[in-house]
Write a protein that binds this ligand. Structure first.
Ligand code: UDP
Ligand code: MN
Length: 269
């Protein structure tokens, strides 16, 4: 099922060999693309390798703006960047809990997709920073609303998806609903689509907080809930999110965006 190249609502699932990059590159010769990333507290250590690998593999030859949010603007080391690439550094508060840092991204997205990005970019890609680009990631990933299949669940039955299952949470997805389990480490779309997505997720996060609950996988749970009822127009295969510790790697020909292994206790403390 998840090795298909079409979803049941006929959105393409992007695998190596399903597209001609020259045709797509031509269609996007004046497209402006943003890459949104948080590097807060100890995660600042992941930023330079992330950006350097992006310069090597992400949207090569296109107009790219990096939107970096950090509590350590002065410590950011800038990578050597191609012409037409812009690095924007923005201050962000450092929440104490790592879960709150991770969720804070939705709130910041609601502001930037409304106020700044509409004049600056056409598409936005949102990523975790504890990752490196390891092979081509180009305009084939652009679409109105794009999400990536979680690499640990691409062969799983729906019943095994770790959606939020408590009806009290706004991220609740009833059994039998949902199509894929998406990972929040890579998603994107047109700026106005990410505005709508982040508004919905942020609203859910705030409502849950009022009830003193937190969805099982924080903003990833809210993202999954949103995407059940607002189907992505394009789905990225696990080529676009991989972790070398996972099984079934032989099914994934190109590992384009790889998790960096981290000591969770150490970086989150
Ligand atoms: N993050 C951060 N500082 C923190 C915690 C999280 O900058 O102290 C950001 C960072 O971009 C990170 C993302 O939030 O990649 C998601 O957190 P994490 O990668 O720890 O989640 P995981 O991928 O392990 O589920
Ligand atoms: Mn991560």
């Amino acid at each position: 099922m998840a090795l298909n190249v079409l979803t049941p609502w006929l959105a393409p699932i992007i695998w190596d060999g399903t597209y001609d990059i020259d045709i797509l590159d031509n269609q996007h010769n004046s497209t402006r693309i943003g890459l949104f990333v948080f590097a807060v507290k100890k995660y600042i250590r992941f930023l330079l390798p992330f950006l350097e690998s992006a310069e090597r593999y992400f949207m090569v030859g296109h107009n790219v703006t990096y939107y970096v949010f950090t509590d350590k603007v002065n410590e950011v080391v800038k990578p050597k960047m191609a012409d037409g690439h812009i690095l924007q550094l923005h201050d962000v508060v450092a929440d104490q809990r790592w879960q709150d840092v991770s969720m804070r991204r939705m709130e910041i997205l609601t502001v930037f997709t409304k106020e700044h990005m509409p004049n600056e970019i056409d598409y936005l890609v949102c990523a975790d920073v504890d990752m490196v680009f390891n092979d081509h990631v180009g305009v084939e990933i652009l679409g109105d609303l794009v999400a990536t299949i979680h690499p640990a669940y691409f062969l799983s039955e729906k019943g095994a998806f770790t959606y939020e299952r408590r009806p009290i949470s706004t991220a609740y997805i009833p059994h039998g609903h949902g199509d894929f389990y998406y990972m929040a480490a890579l998603y994107g779309g047109k700026v106005d689509e990410i505005y709508k997505l982040s508004m919905a997720c942020q609203k859910g996060i705030v409502e849950d907080k009022k009830k003193n609950i937190e969805a099982v996988w924080q903003e990833e749970s809210h993202l999954n809930r949103y995407l059940v009822y607002n189907k992505p127009t394009k789905v990225l295969s696990p080529e676009y999110l991989w972790d070398t510790i996972l099984p079934n790697g032989e099914l994934i020909k190109k590992k384009r965006f790889l998790a960096v292994h981290k000591n969770h206790k150490e970086v989150r403390n």
